[in-house]
Design a protein around this ligand. Structure first.
Ligand code: KG4
Ligand code: ZN
Length: 339
């Protein structure tokens, strides 16, 4: 099967062609980021995002087709993110996919964006179900048990901010540019991690839920006391913040792996990380150590497949097509759509 995927749920306009499931191959993967449109507002503005998707999506789809050397006859289905996400963008992507599917006479697959993230590792790695997924992005922070295509169990989630959101808000309050994650990571590299004592929220409680709002507030309080803050203080605060997040994730991942072993005794434990925050080197290295201490396999797909992209949507389309009937033209965009 060769599937065209379309992704427009946040601030990336993306199209990709993927072939599979056997000998899976990404034939093209085009991503256009809207960072330039949103930078002056310090975050994603939904209306601007939707308009920017409309302006470029047709061109991005053409480019993906050309890069893959495909004509419409080579495509077996069109898969698009149908939610969850910023509704304006989701509408643009899903309606475009419907129009292409109808005009070219191809089946339509409506993909849950989170399912796209959840299944990506099966595109790049030899990976059987079940596995544990840690999804850490700008909109989501959750532990999922991935038991099969369409069979997901949420084990824990953030009770307030998503991790990427916490990075972005922290960057904003320290005067660093959007998107905040990479900016905080760059500053943290020059910081003294031991200067500020920041909390590890919720870690005193059992379960797999997480909380990051308190961490951000604690950081703001420390920053306010020292105003006006110099560059070294910003770096030290970033280092402390990043370490606190890495500690929370490592600790929760350890508990999640223990739970995996209880649920699937004798199965080799695997933890997969996905989402934009997975680009963070300190977090990756904390997760690598946690997995190795628990004798678990740690899988981190290449960065360009961890952040939002359409190859993951095309791949989820292939995985869903394998199971049988797909969606029809009545499929609606869904701003909220838990797995
Ligand atoms: O998965 P993604 O591209 O889009 C969403 O679905 O949200 O994730 C974007 C998020 C942003 O909040 C961004 O600040 C964060 O991922 N991020 C990072 C890093 N790179 C991106 N957070 C921490 N460290 C990074 N290096
Ligand atoms: Zn995402």
């Amino acid at each position: 099967m060769t599937v065209l995927g379309i992704e427009t749920s946040c601030d990336e306009t993306a199209a990709a062609i993927v072939r599979g499931p056997a000998n899976a191959e990404i034939l093209s993967n085009v991503v256009r980021s809207q960072i330039d449109e949103h930078t002056e507002f310090g975050g994603v503005v939904p209306e601007i995002a939707a308009r920017a998707h409309i302006e470029v999506l047709d061109r991005i789809v053409d480019e993906a087709m050309k890069d893959a050397g495909c004509g419409w006859d080579d495509i077996d289905a069109v898969a698009a993110t149908a939610g969850p996400g910023l509704i304006g963008g989701v509408i643009v992507g899903l309606m475009t996919a419907k129009a292409i599917a109808m005009a070219a006479g191809k089946p339509l697959v409506a993909v849950n964006h989170l399912e796209g993230h959840a299944l990506t590792a099966r595109l790049t790695d030899d990976l059987e179900f079940p596995f544990l997924l840690l999804l850490v992005s700008g909109g989501h922070s959750q532990f999922l048990l991935v038991k099969g295509v369409g069979d997901y169990e949420r084990l824990g989630t953030t009770i307030d901010d998503a991790i990427g959101e916490a990075f972005d808000k922290t960057a904003k309050l320290l005067g660093l540019p959007y998107p905040g994650g990479p900016a905080v990571e760059r500053m943290a590299a020059q910081g003294d991690v031991s200067r500020f004592k920041l909390p590890r929220p919720l870690l005193d409680r059992p379960g797999l839920d997480m909380s990051f709002a308190g961490l951000k507030t604690a950081l703001r309080t420390q920053a306010k006391k020292l105003e006006p803050i110099d560059d070294q203080t910003v770096a030290d605060l970033c280092a402390g913040f990043q370490r606190a997040v890495a500690d929370v994730l490592a600790s929760r991942t350890k508990s999640a792996l223990a739970l995996f072993e209880d649920r699937f005794p004798g199965r080799p434990p695997v933890v997969v990380v996905a989402g934009g925050v997975a680009a963070n080197k300190e977090i990756r290295s904390a997760l690598t150590s946690t997995a190795s201490e628990a004798n678990a396999r740690f899988v981190a797909p290449p960065l360009q497949l961890c952040t939002d992209n359409a190859a993951m949507i095309a791949w989820a389309g292939i995985e869903k097509m394998r199971l049988g009937p797909v969606d029809d033209m009545a499929t609606s965009p869904r701003p909220r759509w838990p797995l």
